[in-house]
Design a protein around this ligand. Sequence first.
Ligand code: HAM
Length: 427
Amino acid sequence: MPKYQAVRGTKDILPADAVFFQYLESVARRLFRQFGFHEIRTPTFESVDLFSRLLGETTDVVQKEMYVFEDRGGRKLSLRPEGTAGVVRAFVEHHLSQTSPFCKLFYVGPMFRAERPQAGRYREFWQIGAEYFGNASPPADAEMLVLLETFFKVLGLPNVKLKLNSLGDAQCRPLYLEALKAYLKNRQATLCEDCQRRIDTNPLRALDCKIDGPTLVDAPTIDAYWCDPCRTHFTMVQELARGAGVAFVLTPRLVRGLDYYTRTVFEVTSSALGAQDALAAGGRYDRLVKEIGGPDTPALGFAMGVERAIQAFVAANGSPHSQPDRLVFVAAQGEAGAVEAFRLLQALRSSPELEAKGYVFEGGFFEKKLGAQLTMADRLKAVYCLLIGDDELAKGDVTIKKLASSQQQRVSQQDLVSFLVAAPLDA
Ligand code: HAM
C-alpha cells in the first residue's frame, strides 16, 4: 500500500471519472442558461459564524460536520459544508438586489462535511446548485421543480422521484412544532438519545431520524397546520408544476437537514442509489437574506450531489458519450521528419473541422524506433497512426496506417484534413 493516500472520505477524480463530471456540468450549464441563471463562484471557506447563523445552530451540519479552523489571524473559519450560505452572503455583500429586479445564480464546486463516509457519502463532494432571489410567488417554486425535472430527464435517469412538501412559515410552523413536541414528549422514553435532545431543539429532525423516524407513524403532519397564505401558495405551486408536466409525490413528513427553509421544500431520490439516495434537494428560504442584514428578499434554490448523479447516470446509461474520441497518433522517423511531424501534430489539433468530428491527436515520441511508436499507438487504441519519414517529407505526404486493419496509404498533407473528415465513424 502506498505511504500516502487520499484522506478518508475524499477521493481522486481520475480522467475516466472526470469525463462524467464534465458531462454533467455541461448539461447543467446549458440548462441553467436556458432558465436565465448566471454563474457565481464563491470562496471554499467562510466565517464559522455565517454558517452557524444561516444553517442553524442545532443542525447536525453545524454541530458535528463542519471543518472548522482558525487562521493565523485568529479568525474562526470553516470549509463550506454547502453553497447557499456563501451565495447569500455574496448577494448581500455586492448589493446584487440593486442591479436587477431578480437575480438567478448557479454554482459548481466542492463542499466539505465531516460525515461518516460510506457509499455515496463523502467528506469532500461536489454540488451543482442554483439560487433564485427576488421572487416570492409560486411560479418561482414551480420553475425550480421544472428545472430539476428537466435536468434528470436530459440525463436519462428513469428511476427518480420528486418529493414535495411545505414547511409553512413563521405564522403556522410554530403551532405545528408545538403539536409535534407534545407528541414526541409523550413517547420520550422510547426515543433514541439524539431525538430525546431534539424534542426541544429541533423536533422536525426526529421525523427523518434513521432510528425513530419509521416508528413515528402517527405523528402529526404539517399539512394540517398550514395557514391560509401557505396553503394557497403551495396549492398553486403544485398546480403550476403539474401543468408543466412535473411528476411529484406529496410527502408531508419531508423535512430538511438545514434550518433555513420556509414553505416549499423538495428532494429528488433515485432508486439506483443505495442508502444515500438523495440526488438533489432544496426549497424556499425567504428570511435568510434579511437574517444577515440584506434587504428583505424572498429566495429559493436547490443543490444536486454530483457524485450521486454520476452514480445514477452510470447505472442507467453507462458512458456519457455515444461517440468516443477518435485518437490519431502522429509518428516520425529521422530528425527532419520529427520536426515536420511535430508541426503537423499541432496544426491538426487546431483544426475546428477535425475537432467537430471527435478527433484528438497525440504524438511526440519521435526519438523512439518506429515500431515502438506504433506499439504506443496500439496501446492507446488510436484509430490511425500518421507517419512522416524522409520519403514522405520529400514529397509533402503522410503515410496513414489504419491500426485495426493495418492497411496503409499515402495522402498528400494538403488532403489530410479532408481525408480524416470524410473517414467513416467506425474507422
Ligand atoms: P443538502 O440536502 O444538504 O442541501 O445537499 C444537497 C445534495 O448534496 C444532497 O441531496 C446530496 O445529493 C448531496 N450531498 C450532501 N451531502 C453529501 C455527502 N456527504 N456526500 C455526497 N453528496 C452529498 C444543501 O446543501 C442545500 N444548500 C441545497 C439548497 C440550495 N437549498 C436551497 N438552495
